[in-house]
Design a protein around this ligand. Structure first.
Ligand SMILES: *[C@@H]1O[C@H](CO)[C@@H](O)[C@H](O)[C@H]1NC(C)=O
Ligand SMILES: *[C@@H]1O[C@H](CO)[C@@H](O)[C@H](O)[C@H]1NC(C)=O
Ligand SMILES: *[C@@H]1O[C@H](CO)[C@@H](O)[C@H](O)[C@H]1NC(C)=O
Ligand SMILES: *[C@@H]1O[C@H](CO)[C@@H](O)[C@H](O)[C@H]1NC(C)=O
Ligand SMILES: *[C@@H]1O[C@H](CO)[C@@H](O)[C@H](O)[C@H]1NC(C)=O
Ligand SMILES: *[C@@H]1O[C@H](CO)[C@@H](O)[C@H](O)[C@H]1NC(C)=O
Ligand SMILES: *[C@@H]1O[C@H](CO)[C@@H](O)[C@H](O)[C@H]1NC(C)=O
Length: 402
């Protein structure tokens, strides 16, 4: 029958078409093909929402377009002790990697697009020195590491001025005038409110209110559009005693067994601040809040004091992929569960990058004539990261989730 013959004919044509399409898809998905990124862009456009994507899962890939700014140039914002390009480190292969989340793409950071998106907005980092690193990184990313005399120091608007005799202010705030974008950092190592105690002890004791967010945060929360919190490395007995901090809960000093375990005190504080911030979010509809998970340390034997080092300079000797669903930072993960605060989970992906710390670098003597070479300061820092470096990736993941 004529009809049947035509059916068979049509069938084989469709089969051929299907095979052809399959082949094309195979070629397009192959990593070697130049259209690969556009496929990923399409995936991004079609993905339902960014929340389906776990940015912490994925892999490090080499990318010669990294770093996003030069470590020689961003002098206005990079601390000398973190600018490894200004030290005597010779291996910079760590600068040429990008984090590729699985199943979702982070569109390349482009500073003018970023600033335009952040028009009239204020981005605030509150946390310890690793938060300060992330702040410096974002300043360098947003300015491209170029001299930007137009960027205004607006610290005074937030009370961030250096008190007489202090080494530095409690934070910094800068504004990009063309887009009216403000980026600031406030130093709060423990994310708890610190209030001098009314006593005659010398040195004076400081009440550390584990259930009260820093006064700075309570005062200025209404001015923030993006807030990124972090804490972690100051939760040890040495630091707490050295700072003369006395733990308080419900307004009174606590000295029970539970809080003697510093890990418990840390967990309690993180849970408290998350609960408080979550309760504030409905009152601050413009605010998007993140809690950044802990940044891993890589002291090989012991810590700072016991000469531990991390002198590996070869990238990705610990592997390049993270496949686990959950965070390595279970304290933050659990505290955020059920809250509206987003997790900025950087722990596992940073754990793979032991070669990107400062350790192994030496500060170049500032005045070579006065300082003999045997006096250059050897840095044994396996906690902080070289900048440009890993905190740039944290910011790319932050921007992707805004
Ligand atoms: C800058 O943005 C703030 C809101 O964050 C707004 O109140 C202020 O009017 C803006 N200033 C200018 C000059 O656009
Ligand atoms: C920024 O703020 C200014 C002044 O309040 C306003 O005129 C402008 O429309 C705002 N722009 C955006 C994108 O919000
Ligand atoms: C501090 O203690 C003194 C004497 O005990 C008292 O007069 C003063 O009011 C106290 N100040 C505060 C702020 O509690
Ligand atoms: C603080 O007060 C709350 C409510 O009264 C109570 O449930 C909690 O046990 C108190 N915590 C401490 C450490 O005193
Ligand atoms: C790195 O540190 C280890 C342990 O301290 C040491 O044995 C090794 O010689 C060091 N390697 C380099 C290249 O400095
Ligand atoms: C989050 O909380 C829910 C309900 O309490 C629980 O079933 C789930 O296991 C928790 N998830 C994590 C990652 O802790
Ligand atoms: C540094 O070198 C000077 C002169 O060469 C020497 O006197 C001094 O003891 C050295 N210092 C150290 C810490 O080795």
């Amino acid at each position: 029958m004529l009809g049947g013959k035509s059916c068979v004919y049509k069938g084989s044509v469709s089969l051929a078409l299907v095979i052809l399409i399959l082949l094309m898809v195979l070629i397009l998905v192959s990593e070697k093909n130049p259209f690969h990124t556009s496929i990923f862009e399409m995936q991004r456009q079609f993905s339902v929402s960014s929340s389906v994507c776990n940015f912490a899962k994925g892999k490090w890939v080499e990318d010669r377009r990294r770093p996003l700014y030069s470590g020689f140039e961003c002098k206005r914002w990079l601390s000398a002790m973190w600018a490894c390009r200004m030290m005597d480190r010779t291996d910079f292969s760590f600068e040429h990697y990008r984090w590729q989340p699985e199943g979702c793409s982070v569109s390349g950071f482009e500073r003018s697009a970023f600033l335009r998106r952040m028009q009239n907005k204020t981005i605030a980092f509150i946390g310890d020195s690793l938060g300060r690193q992330q702040f410096q990184s974002l300043m360098c990313m947003a300015s491209g590491g170029e001299e930007s005399p137009e960027v205004q120091d607006v610290g005074w608007e937030y009370g961030l001025v250096k008190p007489k005799g202090a080494l530095r202010p409690d934070g910094w705030a800068y504004r990009f005038p063309t887009t009216n974008t403000t980026i600031l950092y406030y130093w709060s190592a423990s994310l708890s409110d610190l209030v001098p105690m009314n006593n005659s002890d010398s040195p004076p004791l400081i009440a550390m209110h584990l259930d009260l967010p820093p006064a700075f945060m309570r005062t200025y929360l209404h001015r923030f559009d993006v807030l990124i919190l972090n804490t972690g490395h100051h939760w040890n007995r040495g630091k707490i005693e050295g700072n003369h901090w006395v733990m308080h809960v419900n307004g009174t000093a606590v000295n029970n067994e539970y809080f003697k375990d510093i890990g418990n005190a840390k967990d309690f504080t993180i849970q408290s601040i998350v609960k408080w911030l979550d309760s504030q979010l409905p009152l601050h509809p413009r605010l998007t809040a993140f809690f950044r998970t802990i940044s891993p340390r890589h002291f090989r034997n012991g810590d700072w004091n016991s000469g531990g080092n991390c002198n590996n300079t070869v990238p990705l000797t610990r592997g390049s992929k993270i496949t686990a669903d959950g965070s390595m930072d279970t304290t933050v993960e659990r505290a955020l569960n059920g809250s509206r605060i987003k997790i900025l989970d950087i722990t596992a992906l940073s754990e793979l990058r032991d070669e990107a710390h400062i350790s192994g670098s030496k500060l170049k003597p500032r005045k070579p004539k006065k300082v003999s070479s045997n006096e250059t300061q050897i840095i044994n820092d396996c906690l902080h990261w070289c900048l440009p470096g890993i905190p740039d990736t944290w910011n790319e993941l932050l921007v992707a989730q805004l």
